[in-house]
Design a protein around this ligand. Structure first.
Ligand SMILES: Cc1cc2nc3c(=O)[nH]c(=O)nc-3n(C[C@H](O)[C@H](O)[C@H](O)COP(=O)(O)OP(=O)(O)OC[C@H]3O[C@@H](n4cnc5c(N)ncnc54)[C@H](O)[C@@H]3O)c2cc1C
Length: 254
């Protein structure tokens, strides 16, 4: 059987399935280091360019130049990427109070000149950040943000570069305007880590083939297997791993 219900729901199904027979699949009772819910510290912001930005498919550029730190900050920072092009209705939806008094035409004008960015920074595996179930079997997510400093460091570096474009006044308005928005845990798009893999059954649920240590016929191949989230988007890693496990299963069933 291959379980792939997403990081929160796979954890939920495993927790809800625990009984005398399967209890050992899920060693959380013994150790608290096997199920770290991670999801990325993320920040979206936009710069307002003097030129119009009529790009439709903006999310094609990313860079990892600061991924492992730089001369002034020795710790990993993370990833910068463009994000889908923003529009006036999105500003209203995301910031209803702040945009309440702004006429739509002004928001449209901002959107027409907006260049939208997304920063991703690793949130570190923390045994206290985890999925548990309440008495009715509903998911309870405990999460306390960590590793916030690299986000500030990365943000200031990116901001510095954008301002630097001021040397080319046709690229940015004279006084740069930045809107920024940290993405809270409710924006859990990149969730991972709840059923992590590893060599040691005491600290992982899955072996490195993503088979549960304790059962011979149960595999988990969604992003739950990640032992950590890194700072880049997870989907390609999840897909590559699922293909890898698929090959392993074909070999096993041969
Ligand atoms: C808005 C948004 C934007 C994103 N953008 C990017 C991006 O640009 N790049 C990137 O790499 N990643 C991106 N991601 C993240 C990416 O989509 C996820 O990391 C990836 O889809 C996770 O794959 P998964 O297999 O772990 O879970 P999912 O893709 O969530 O698949 C889990 C599946 O299990 C099903 N399921 C859940 N519970 C049950 C159940 N009890 N019974 C049966 N089925 C069940 C769900 O319906 C779902 O189909 C984005 C996510 C979101 C939400």
């Amino acid at each position: 059987m291959v379980l792939s219900a997403g990081a929160a729901n796979s954890a939920r199904l495993l927790l809800a399935s625990a009984n005398d027979h399967t209890r050992t699949v899920w060693p959380t009772a013994q150790t608290r280091s096997d199920a770290n819910y991670v999801f990325h510290n993320s920040r979206a912001f936009l710069a307002v360019s003097k030129e119009r930005n009529d790009t439709r498919f903006q999310k094609t550029l990313g860079l990892n130049d600061y991924y492992f730190g730089d001369a002034d900050f020795e710790f990993p920072m993370g990833n910068l990427q463009m994000v889908g092009k923003s529009s006036a209705p999105m500003y209203r939806g995301e910031k209803p109070i702040e945009t309440k008094l702004a006429p739509t035409i002004a928001l449209r004008d901002v959107a027409g000149h907006a260049v939208d960015f997304w920063l991703s920074v690793e949130d570190l595996p923390d045994p206290d950040n985890r999925v548990t179930l309440d008495g009715d079997g509903n998911i309870v997510l405990s999460y306390t943000p960590n590793n916030q400093e690299p986000m500030e460091q990365l943000y200031h570096r990116v901001k510095k570069h954008l301002s630097h474009l001021g040397m080319h006044p046709h690229h940015l308005i004279p006084r740069d305007v930045y809107m920024k928005n940290d993405i809270p845990v409710a924006g859990c798009a990149h969730q991972a880590g709840t059923v992590r893999f590893g060599n040691d059954p005491a600290t992982s649920v899955l072996d490195t083939d993503c088979k549960t240590h304790e059962l011979d016929n149960l595999y988990v191949v969604d992003t739950s297997f990640f032992p950590s989230i890194g700072a880049v988007n997870p989907a390609l890693t999840a897909i590559a791993n699922a293909l890898r496990v698929g090959d392993h299963l074909l070999e096993r069933l041969r």
